[in-house]
Structure formats: C-alpha cells, structure tokens
Ligand binder design. Structure first.
Ligand code: ADP
Ligand code: MG
Length: 318
C-alpha cells in the first residue's frame, strides 16, 4: 500500500470530516497545506514535513544543511499555496545532546526563519533517532490561495528553475562524485520562491504544487485534484549545465522523476502567460513553459504525441 492509499484508508474519517465546515476549514487533507478561517480578511495556511536521518538526508549530514532543508521544505509548501510565512513549531528527536550540532542547527534555522519573519512558537524535544518535524503556518488574504484543484482546460503548464539538480546531487553524493557542485548544494538547499509564488494570484494563477517527489508524480496530483489531463513537452524544460553532460535517458529520469527539487509547478491561462513570464524575468527566476492542460479523459499525463508517460516513477515512501 502506498502512502496515499494509506492516508485515504485510515485517516479520511468521515465523522471527523463532518466537523470541517463548522470549524471554518476551507481546504483539508490532500493539498500542499490546509487552509482555514482566521480573521475576516485572512486565512491561515498550515503544513507539516518530517526529515529523518538516513531517509531524507545522510546520517553524517552537517547540522546547518539539515536545519536549512527542514525549514525550507515547509516554506516550499507555503509557496505552493501562495502564502506568507507566519510561525512554526519544531519537534526534534535527537540521539544525544551534542551542543556543537545544536549550535550549527539553530544558527541556520534562525537565519532562514528570521529572513522570512517566521516565528518559532513551540515544539517538542525527545531522545531517539535523529528526526526533525516542522509544522508551519502561513497567511493569505482572502480568497487568494493557490490549490492543486484549480487547473483549467487550455492552461499552460509552467515550472520554475532547473529540475533534476537535487536528484543529481543525491546521485553524486552516493557515488562520491564531487564535481557536480551546484547539484550537491541543491540537494540540501531547495530554492525558495515565496515572493514569486505570492505574486502569482494577482496574475490569474490559481493552481500550483511544489515538486518534492518528482515532476510527473506531482503533475498526477494536480490532474487528479483538478479532474484534467495534461500533455507534457519534456524538451521544453530548461536543462542545467551540470545535467546536460549526462546521457539523455538519465537526464530525463532526473528531471521528470527526481525528488527534492522543491521548484514550483503551476498552470496559467493563455491570456496571462506573458505577464507571468515577465514577472519571472523581473525576479530573475528561470521558467519553463512545458505543456498544456486538456479536458479529462482516461489518460492523465501524455507527451506531445499523445503517448502516456509513466507517473509512478517519483519517490514513494512505502
Ligand atoms: P507534500 O508532498 O506537499 O508534503 P504529502 O504528499 O506529504 O504532501 O501529503 C499529501 C497530503 O496528505 C497532504 O495534504 C498531507 O497533509 C496529507 N497527509 C499526509 N500524511 C497524513 C496523515 N498521517 N494524516 C492526515 N493527512 C496526512
Ligand atoms: Mg508539497
């Protein structure tokens, strides 16, 4: 059973969900973050991510890198909702009290948190295998949150940045290759695009997701949530110079199915595409326009020739 079937089977409790409306829950399980009422003019956006040593990062990873990644992957979920960071809680499971480690970890954690004025409001600390869980809160002005469920037929598909770099970084680390320097850095340092994401709503963008488990598998989430299909032109994706040296098949594998990119994938109406491109240019954000949204048919994701693309290739936790 994969993680998604597991959540559906055991954690979609009907009675529990029946209280959602009276509690002002606008969006619950199934998106990058939940959205609920907080004030007359704002929603709160809330998400959580866990990093476990040996699963999400190497056991001997520097504390600074762990801290950055732990908070950045949560900020990335806020970006996918178009939200602004507000506050977070931190649950730490530590094998021992290592003050040198804690110093490096907390220094980087607060450098990033303070940059976004995201306030630590609580947490939990215990002994165990090294693992970090962060629950993050953001805000959006009503009704301006992005969701997975708002792609429309004929929208253009866009993605920020260079895909596959983090997968190449992980590959390089596993194989002791140290010449792919940007790729190695990218594995630990997801590129945050919060300001860009927050500006997208006013340009007509309604649907977005961040890429944690590979482009194709995230596209599948968008398609299922929005009840549409997409056709994808993988040749239209920007190729980073460190990936361009790879054999084509491996390059495509990293770009389409590699995890940990934390770039932003979204769809935009044809009339607003140029405005989005202008914004990306102004903010110096690389942007690929790589496909089109179609009416739903049996087929969810295909290439430009209509050939189905395998979507089970992304990272699965089980
Ligand atoms: P992301 O990749 O954006 O972090 P996930 O794939 O981890 O999202 O999770 C998919 C959806 O399932 C999210 O909406 C998340 O909040 C929800 N979810 C994950 N685990 C659980 C759980 N144990 N109970 C309830 N909801 C969960
Ligand atoms: Mg996400």
């Amino acid at each position: 059973m994969d993680e998604f079937s597991l959540i559906k089977k055991y954690f979609h409790n009907q009675e529990n969900q029946s209280f959602a409306k009276e509690k002002g829950i606008i969006l619950g399980i199934g998106d990058d973050a939940a959205v609920f009422e907080s004030s007359p003019d704002h929603y709160i956006v809330s998400s959580m991510d866990t990093l476990i040593a040996g699963v999400h990062f190497p056991e001997d990873c520097l504390p600074e890198d762990v801290a950055y990644k732990a908070l950045a992957v949560n900020l990335s979920d806020l970006a996918a909702m178009g939200a602004s960071p507000h506050s977070f809680t931190l649950s730490l499971s530590l094998p021992e009290v290592n003050e040198l480690w804690l110093e490096g970890f907390s220094k980087t954690l607060f450098a990033l948190a303070n940059f976004y004025k995201c306030v630590l409001i609580g947490g939990d600390t215990c002994r165990g295998k090294l693992s970090i869980t962060i629950q993050i809160n953001g805000t959006v002005s009503k009704p301006c949150f992005l969701s997975r469920a708002a792609m429309k037929e004929d929208d253009y598909l866009c993605v920020t940045g260079y895909l596959g770099l983090a997968a190449l970084g992980l590959f390089s680390w596993r194989n002791n290759l140290h010449d792919n320097t940007e790729a190695l850095q990218r594995f630990y340092g997801p590129p945050l695009k919060l300001e860009f994401a927050q500006a997208l709503w006013s340009l007509g963008v309604r649907s977005a997701i961040d890429i944690s488990d590979g482009l194709l598998s995230e596209l599948k989430h968008l398609c299922v949530a929005s009840q549409v299909s997409v056709c994808v032109d993988s040749d239209a994706l920007l190729v980073h110079k460190e990936l361009s040296a790879l054999p084509l098949e491996q390059q495509k594998q990293f770009m389409l199915s590699g995890g940990d990119d934390y770039e932003l994938c979204f769809s935009v109406n044809a009339a607003k595409l140029e405005a989005v491109k202008d914004l990306a240019r102004t903010m110096a954000i690389p942007l690929s326009v790589f496909g089109r949204v179609q009416k739903q048919s049996e087929l969810l994701i295909c290439d430009m020739q209509g050939k189905p693309l395998a979507t089970h290739t992304g990272y699965l936790h089980f």
